[in-house]
Every structure is written in C-alpha cells, then in structure tokens.
Design a protein around this ligand. Structure first.
Ligand code: CMC
Length: 437
C-alpha cells in the first residue's frame, strides 16, 4: 500500500446496537477511490461485511491496470489504452503488463523470440483434440486443453520458483494462439497448422487459423493489424470475474495452467466474455433496422429477461474506451475487405444511436462496451461466432497471468476465502428414515 496503516486516514464505524466505535484505516492508492481496510473488522466487531457481486469490495492491491469508469479511462501500467492500441504491438503490451515498463528494442526482440520459441505445443497434446466431439464449442476445448498443459510442463509448475513462474507465463502467452487455432481447425475438420517463426504473433495466429497445407497463405496486413489491436484491447481489465477467478484459484497454490483454465471457464459466460458471441447472435436475430424499437422496448421491460448484449458494464458508466477503438477498427476492416453494405453494422450503429438517446439507457448509464463491435469485425475476418470468446480468452491470457504473478509475488497474499450470511436451517436433530414423512 502507498502508506503505512498507522499513518493512514481513518474511517469510524459506529455499531448502533452497542454504541461501540471501530476505527478503520483508509488506504490511498496512487489514483482512484480510497479503500477502507476492514481486515480487523471481524476481530473487533464479530461482524462480516456483505457484498455479493463485490460492488464495493477491493480484493487485492494491484499495479497493473487502472480504470476510471466514470470518465471512461483505462490505463495499463499508466499508459492509456487508445495510445497502446494506436502505437504498440500486442507483444509489447504483454511485456508491459508482465514487467511494468515498455520494452526497449532489444527487449522487444528478445521477448518476441521467446514467444516464438514457446509457440509449439507438446506433440502428444494434439491427441487431446480427438477426444472432443467435432461440434464441441471451442471454449470447451480451450478450457480442457489449457488445463491439460499442467500435465505436460512439470518444469514450470513450481509456483515458488520465480524462473518457473516466468517460463509458465511465457508458455501460456505463446501457446494459447496455437491451442485456439487448433480448436478451430478441429471443428472445421482441417489439419492443424504448426506455428511459423517468421510471422508476428497476430499474423501467426491468422495463419494457423486460416492457412492450409494446400496453398501458401498470405496474411493481409490490415487484418493482422486489426487482430493485433483486438488482442491489445482485450489484454487486461483489472479485477473482473475471470481475473478474480484466476487469482482465487491461484491463491490456494494451484499451478498457473490450471488457474488460467479456471479463468477461461469464467470468461465463457454471456455476462462476461461470451457477450461478443451473444451480440452477434442478437444482431442477427434483430435482422433489420425497423425491428430495433421492439428490441429496445424488450430490453427496458422489467418483466422480460432480455438485455441488450454489448451494452452496460459494472465499472464503466461512460463510453467504454475500448469500444471507441473497436468501432474505428470495425470500419477499417470492412473497408479493407470491400464490405460496403453490412446489414449487421447498420443495425449496430442504429441500435447504438437509439440506445444512447433513450432515457432508460441514459439514466442507467448503459453505454456500448468492448464487445459491441468486436463481433462484426471478427465475422468479417472469417471467424465463426463460436470462436469470438476464444479470441477474448487468447488475448486475456496475458492479463490473467500477469495478475496471477503479481498475486503470488505479493507478500500479503493469503488464500482467498470469503465469508457468508447464512440463512439456512440452524442445528436440528437427525430424523431416521422410517420417521421421515
Ligand atoms: N440491457 C438492458 N438493461 C440493462 C443492461 C442491458 N445490457 N445492462 C444493465 N441493465 C440494467 C439492469 O436491468 C439494471 O436495471 P435495474 O437497476 O432497474 O435493476 C441496471 O441496468 C444495472 O444492471 P446490473 O445488472 O445491476 O449491472 P451489473 O454491473 O451487475 O452488470 C453487466 C453489468 C455487463 C453484466 C450488464 O450490463 C449486462 O448484462 N450487459 C450485457 C452483457 C454484456 O454486454 N457483457 C459484456 C461486458 S464487457 C466485456 C467484459 O468485461 O467481459
């Protein structure tokens, strides 16, 4: 923390049941809201706090990513996301997240070489794929195969060894595109493509996904640039559900490959990383601009569970800065591919316009999020919808592993173990089977 507890500001709580006062330290970060340190609360009051969904709870100290949701600001290690998307490459951002500084030319080259050298997976791992049905969702495959890495790379699962932690991080970032592309190839019934060391990270992923052994595959530079940008925009997002899952899994001392598999599982849900797939399905279901009022009406109806996918965010109460970049990239990609009339884009833009002017969305501060435009770009690039969340997971792996490393290296780290408000049966006597009604 930035100041010792004895020099901190304080926060006084009064227990109205007893009149007892408890003085709690208030901790200050380098920016952002102050944090009330409640670690001694239970010992001093016998009470836990109650915050399902962690809407007011900080779970850790971190120096990786900062979000100001009201202002729509996202910084990685102090650098604005739009600056990174405009000027950096994804491997540079990976290096930054892991090491807290942008790489110089030599560090950049060395890091890219490390990623290249780790990009192949153990040959035996390729056989895992045939255990899956051909119609398996690629997220199911990604989750399973990533978890299985712990069965292959025993020399990087000792979490107490900093060298092994680093190697595990490099392996995960390097291998996840290979594993993801193989999931796609398996579903398409095409042969796996081995990674190519002459290509950049994004180019190589496109090559492994869309290339075949039958003919040379030429990577379109506009598309690889867009892919790289999409990876950057998804690289990290502080303590979201999947990252918190990775940290919680890792807090017990589980190996990093297993922790990342846990993160992938958490990301899959439609409220989180699964939203990009859900957005595209929703736009397709809307089908035409004239159906938008009906869909907006449904989204506002309290008795209807339907939500506008790609809108709203727990932290952003302003336009998601990633969505701004994504919107621009979307237009660039469609122009490059010569797609002049993309009905889904027309629907998306009209939906965005209507929602941004609608009282319900304005009052609840529901703005388009990162997933709103990403699906349209990915579809135009040729990815099936089922791969969208896989791409999110691929890019987020660096964020997860950086956060996992930070947690393991934090001297205050403890196993994560929330408490509960118990509302079940209190103790009662056992009823023998014959006496149960
Ligand atoms: N459409 C319609 N109403 C919404 C929406 C939406 N997309 N999102 C939130 N609301 C309403 C919600 O019904 C609630 O209304 P009320 O206060 O009257 O009960 C209010 O806004 C607050 O919503 P909440 O569910 O309490 O907010 P949350 O912070 O728990 O949820 C969210 C955030 C992202 C899960 C939610 O906005 C949502 O489900 N959005 C659609 C899914 C989506 O696009 N997810 C991707 C998030 S960005 C990528 C990522 O980080 O993974």
């Amino acid at each position: 923390m930035t100041q010792p507890a004895d020099k901190a500001d304080t926060f006084t709580l009064t227990d109205n049941r007893t009149g007892k006062q408890v003085i709690l330290p208030v901790l200050k970060g380098s920016t952002g809201p102050d944090v009330i340190d409640i670690r001694k609360l239970y010992a001093e009051t016998g009470c836990f706090t109650y915050d399902p969904g962690f809407t007011s709870t900080g779970s850790c100290e971190s120096q990786i990513t900062y979000i100001d949701g009201d202002e729509g600001i996202l910084l990685h290690r102090g650098y604005a996301i739009d600056d990174l998307a405009e000027h950096a490459t994804f491997p540079e951002v990976c290096f930054l997240l892991l090491n807290n500084h942008l790489p110089n030319a030599k560090e950049k080259e060395d890091f890219e070489n490390i990623l290249r050298r780790h990009s192949m997976v153990h040959e035996q791992l390729t056989r895992f794929y045939s255990g899956f049905r051909r119609d398996a969702h690629p997220m199911a495959i990604l989750c399973g195969v990533t978890g299985a890495l712990s069965a292959f790379y025993h020399d990087s699962t000792d979490i107490d060894d900093p060298v092994q932690r680093k190697i595990a991080a490099h392996r995960l970032i390097a291998k996840i595109p290979t594993i993801a592309a193989m999931a796609y190839k398996y579903s398409a019934g095409q042969p796996f493509m081995y990674p190519r060391n002459d290509l950049s990270y994004a180019e190589n992923f496109l090559y492994m996904t869309f290339g075949t052994p039958c003919e040379p595959y030429k990577v379109n530079p506009v598309l690889s640039k867009a892919m790289d940008k999409i990876f950057i925009l998804h690289a990290d997002h502080e303590q979201n559900a999947s990252t918190s899952t990775v940290r919680l899994a890792g807090s017990s001392g589980a190996n990093p490959f297993a922790c990342i598999a846990a993160g992938i599982a958490s990301l899959w849900g439609p409220a989180h990383g699964g939203a990009n797939e859900a957005v595209l399905n929703m736009l397709e279901e809307i089908g035409s601009v004239d159906r938008i009022p009906e869909i907006v009406r449904r989204a506002k109806d309290k008795n209807d569970n339907f939500r506008l996918m790609g809108f709203g965010h727990r932290v952003y109460k302003n336009y998601d800065p990633r969505a701004q970049v994504m919107r621009k990239t979307c237009h660039e990609v469609l122009a490059e591919l010569g797609i002049k009339d993309e009905p889904l884009l027309d629907i998306a833009m009209e939906l965005e316009k209507i929602a941004l002017e609608d009282d319900y969305f304005v009052q609840k501060k529901l703005y388009p999020n990162v997933d709103f435009y990403s699906g349209i770009i990915l579809k135009a690039m040729g990815f099936p919808t089922s791969m969208f969340t896989v791409l999110f997971a691929l890019a987020r792996t660096v964020g997860w592993i950086s956060q996992w490393k930070e947690m393991i290296e934090d001297p205050q780290q403890k196993i994560g173990r929330p408490r509960q408000l118990y509302t079940g049966q209190t103790k009662r006597d056992f009823v023998p089977l014959a006496q149960r009604g």
